[in-house]
Design a binder for this molecule. Structure first.
Ligand SMILES: [Fe+2]
Length: 294
């Protein structure tokens, strides 16, 4: 072999070595990417079990002094059913009772996929304890399963139905107004029934399963609206936005405090899930809302 041939051979061998190294790197990167994707997929099935307490405060000049520090537990979208067992509803009740609430408010969607889940769900929820009781609206899923059976079980569980109704909540000599409207998709919304006897200086909370109703509120008498329904999207792009959201206002009413045209809304990401039973950067929550007077 002459020197020129030897040089060609060496160049060829080096090129083969580089190609082999590159192929190894590509295979390694692909495997790493695959492991990462599988891990994130597995995690999305675990996250629905990571129930957290979301502690929030709401300060308003209409909140009476005696309600300063008043603790409301707000939950929505339990979806008891194939993906959220009765045992988990029981655990949820224990967690709520441990928070020692003054009042409990529920925002609808108690069951998922079958009417048979309504009775056991409210049997468990009837064990919730608070100073001033539990008030709740129905969600679209409750109407889809059975409006009548849901209302019957709510009454049996001593839960006050808030759909197109309102109540004065009396506490230490003063009072606030708590009202609700029917689900935006499956019922009517009669807000007058909440505001007909309130003055502008009264503190008023309105509960609507669907946050989109906030856009229809024209009165300035509603100080705070509580809603659920969106589940925060369940699956988000690292908590920033959700590709799928059941709202006509894009990401506006996805979660948390939102300024609506005539009121402030708080939207909970909820407790359970709908199909598929996954969450990603959108952990389920129990909301602990503390009222603060000014
Ligand atoms: Fe829901």
């Amino acid at each position: 072999m002459n020197p020129a041939n030897i040089k060609d051979f060496e160049i060829l061998a080096a090129a083969r070595k580089t190609k082999k190294k590159l192929r190894k790197r590509i295979i390694f990167s692909f495997r790493l990417f695959l492991i990462l994707m599988i891990s994130l997929l597995i995690y999305s099935f675990i996250e629905p079990y990571l129930l957290k307490i979301n502690r929030i405060e709401f300060q308003d000049e209409d909140i009476p002094k005696s309600f300063n520090g008043f603790k409301i537990i707000f939950i929505a979208d339990i979806h008891h059913g194939p993906y959220f067992s009765r045992k988990r509803v029981k655990k949820l009740v224990t967690k709520i009772n441990n928070l020692n609430p003054d009042l409990i408010i529920m925002g609808g969607d108690y069951v998922h996929k079958d009417v048979k889940y309504i009775e056991p769900c409210f049997e468990e929820l009837s064990n919730m304890k608070s100073k001033l009781g539990t008030y709740a609206v129905l969600g679209n899923h409750d109407h889809w399963e059975s409006t009548l059976r849901t209302e019957k079980q709510m009454r049996k569980a001593k839960i006050k139905i808030l759909d197109n109704k309102s109540y004065w909540i009396n506490y230490q000599g003063t009072r606030i107004k708590l009202g609700g409207v029917g689900d935006l998709w499956e019922d009517s919304q009669k807000i007058e029934r909440t505001i007909h006897d309130v003055k502008t200086e009264d503190f008023v909370i309105l509960v609507s399963h669907n946050p989109d109703f906030a856009e229809e509120i024209k009165t300035d008498k509603i100080d705070l609206m509580l809603a659920g329904h969106t589940h925060g999207g369940q699956v988000t792009f690292f908590g920033l936005s959700a590709p799928v959201l059941p709202s006509n206002f894009k990401q506006k009413y996805r979660k948390g405090f939102v300024k609506a045209p005539a009121t402030t809304v708080f939207i909970t990401v909820g407790v359970g899930t709908i199909s598929p039973p996954v969450r990603f950067f959108c952990r389920p929550e129990i909301v602990e809302l503390t009222l603060l007077s000014k």
